[in-house]
Design a protein around this ligand. Sequence first.
Ligand code: FAD
Ligand code: NAD
Length: 467
Amino acid sequence: MAEASYDLVVIGSGPGGYVAAIRAAQLGLKTACVEKYPILGGTCLNVGCIPSKALLDSSEHFALARHGFAAHGIKAQVELDLPTMMARKDKVVKDLTSGVGFLFRKNKVEPVFGTGRIVGPGKVEVAGPEGARTLETKRILIATGSKPAALKGIAYDDRRIVHSTHALTLPEVPKRMLVVGAGAIGLELGSVWMRLGAQVEVLEFMDRIVPGMDKKSGLLLQRSLEKQGMKFHLKTSASGARVEGDQVVVTVTEKEGGATREETCDVLLVAVGRRPYTEGLGAAEVGVKLDERGRVMVDEHYQTNVEGIFAIGDVIQGPMLAHKAEEEGIAAVERMAGLPGHLEYRCIPNVVYTWPELASVGMSEEDAANDGIEVAIGTFPFLANGRAKAMGEREGQVKILADAKTDRILGAHILGPRASDLIAEVATAMELNASAEDLARSVHAHPTLPEAVREAALAVAKRAIHV
Ligand code: FAD
Ligand code: NAD
């Protein structure tokens, strides 16, 4: 049965899809958003950014109470209540996912529950709990996101051999946890369980952790995590795993020499990236081109090769980040509405929410060297920042890269307390094409952590005050 025409049907209600749908409705487009699960919000709200940050915050409180309070003159006896910690996390998720429903009602976006399949340009068939219906629409926006990748030879059993989704709901703290992959998920969820008492060891294929990020900052983060008890095995992977009783026997493989050994653990977390999700979507069947990694190919307006079909977020190329998906969704629908929607890719921040946190935006030193760009670098340690000292935070630094000729800020890499919040100032400065001197001349409240950002900007011109 054909239904009333829409201006836009968005498939997927993650941060890319739901934000695009709201912006489209704000711009006067009659919009529906199709979601295969009965809850809105996608990976990010349900099994990604939000539950992981809820557990990171709770486990950080627990670790502080156990190891950090004494230095502040606070004596506490601490006991873990994991069910309550998990219930708090679930409530945070529920509040935020139902918030998306509220925003849809407010903006008159129609949610349609069921699996969406493109059956032709302008036609989306939705197989839902109440049968199938076909939505007719002027445009389709694919925002179907991504799913955890798997490792060859290792099958998930969702209890002891898990990906991120199940690592967010473990019923008890594992004694020993092996993690494959020292990227954002491995380090964040590894940190959660380490803080709650697990012995965590991370196997990483490359010769350093967070290989996509600034090398020196990654090394500093590795040292911090090692001090907290996390162990790393670099140039190492896992090539097999089997459950024996309540243990997992993992075949650990060294990259060089290919030597293998067996290790046992209570839980094996595989965190080696995510893959674009287009199964059952019908995109390829109607001629939409996918690249060699299964990502939907789009032009600079997020238009696929099929007229009227667009795509954004994790399912297209670029970093798999919620804020990238959101901004692409906004830019795509603004373009549809005739506005000059645009996203400045070089200004997208990337954060790993360990403690200390690692945040970066723009070029690393290695990127600048590869592109033959001469840079001036300013660094400032948190050890010399008054507020960090008052908080008892001694680790990490702010590093700012500026073009050696023009002083234009090209990148920043912050390892330290609340680096996730501190990076926003540099990202905004980069959006405004600011120079390091612009940052250095801006007045920052004292005593605050952002003063470390200003001092690093001063250090670009070799005139930091407090080191
Ligand atoms: P998704 O959020 O994946 O949403 C896609 C939606 O489409 C899903 O709801 C799915 O059910 C639906 N769908 C798929 N196919 C169909 C279909 N055929 N019909 C109907 N619906 C369909 N990013 C950050 O920026 N910061 C973080 O702190 C962060 N933490 C993370 C922690 C974890 C543990 C994980 C796994 C990811 C994290 N991410 C983080 C990444 C972030 O979650 C993703 O980049 C983001 O969710 C991508 O948004 P999206 O809208 O493209 O896709
Ligand atoms: P990732 O790509 O960030 O990290 C995967 C890590 O696994 C890399 O270090 C890689 O070298 C390593 N690896 C790959 N194959 C391996 C193998 N066979 N053996 C050992 N190591 C191997 O992926 P992720 O951590 O799984 O996260 C998935 C996506 O979700 C990422 O794109 C990430 O940006 C996003 N995410 C973001 C956040 C955040 O913004 N804080 C948090 C979680 C997830």
